[in-house]
Design a protein around this ligand. Structure first.
Ligand code: CA
Length: 220
């Protein structure tokens, strides 16, 4: 899952990015409101983490413009302002959740997972497709009751596909979910992970849709 982090405080930005990357998210980080708008218009993100006090364009204005465009991306506000009025303004401008700084990175990751669940239309914290069960909080995977050990990127790939069974993702879309800016993507990286996932989870877990991409098929 790919996140856009908008935060002008370098220490907070760096620690949030590092923490979420360790949790298996691909994270792009920008430090002002205009860079955020540019990134949102040129990339597909699963969630936006938005500071309110930002140079060049305030977080609330970025949010308002985003919603005016009809963009329904989940938005979590990160703010030092603990005044009730600011939180209310943020939520009323279209945010889905907020965290007041300083916050705990584990709580942030849990709130992001909750937003991603709601975005995919499921309240269940566990993703189940047939005999395959994924837990995004613990990265535990079982297939027909048997535990399977996956690397962080293998988990990220099967998570992206299994969250929306029957939906076909192109190789480029999957690369976007696996890598943030500045992370080197090797040319056949998605094929390599698909190959290892099929070896661990069975050949039929991921279907190749010729000329289009990959999907986890819907189970009857
Ligand atoms: Ca700030």
């Amino acid at each position: 899952m790919r996140l856009l982090l908008v935060e002008d405080d370098p220490m907070i930005g760096e620690s949030v990015r590092a923490g979420l990357q360790q949790d298996g998210f691909a994270v792009d980080w920008v430090q002002d409101g205009r860079a955020a708008e540019l990134a949102l218009q040129t990339n597909a993100y699963d969630t936006l983490l938005l500071d309110l006090g930002l140079p060049r364009k305030a977080g609330l204005d970025v949010l308002a413009a985003l919603r005016r465009r009809g963009d329904s991306i989940p938005v979590l506000i990160l703010t030092a302002r603990d005044a009730v009025a600011d939180r209310v303004k943020g939520l009323d401008a279209g945010a889905d959740d907020y965290l007041v700084k300083p916050f705990d990175l584990e709580e942030l990751a849990a709130r992001v997972r909750a937003l991603l669940r709601r975005k995919s239309g499921s309240a269940d914290p566990v993703i189940q497709v047939g005999g395959l069960i994924l837990n995004p909080a613990t990265h535990e995977v079982t297939l027909d009751g048997r535990q399977v050990s996956l690397s962080a990127r293998e988990f990220a790939l099967i998570h992206a596909l299994a969250a929306r069974p029957g939906v076909v993702y192109s190789r480029a879309q999957l690369e976007e979910k696996l890598y943030g800016w500045g992370q080197e993507v090797e040319s056949n990286t998605v094929e390599v992970y698909v190959h290892s996932l099929r070896r661990k989870l069975g050949a039929n877990v991921i279907q190749n849709v010729r000329g289009v991409g990959y999907m986890v098929p819907k189970q009857p």
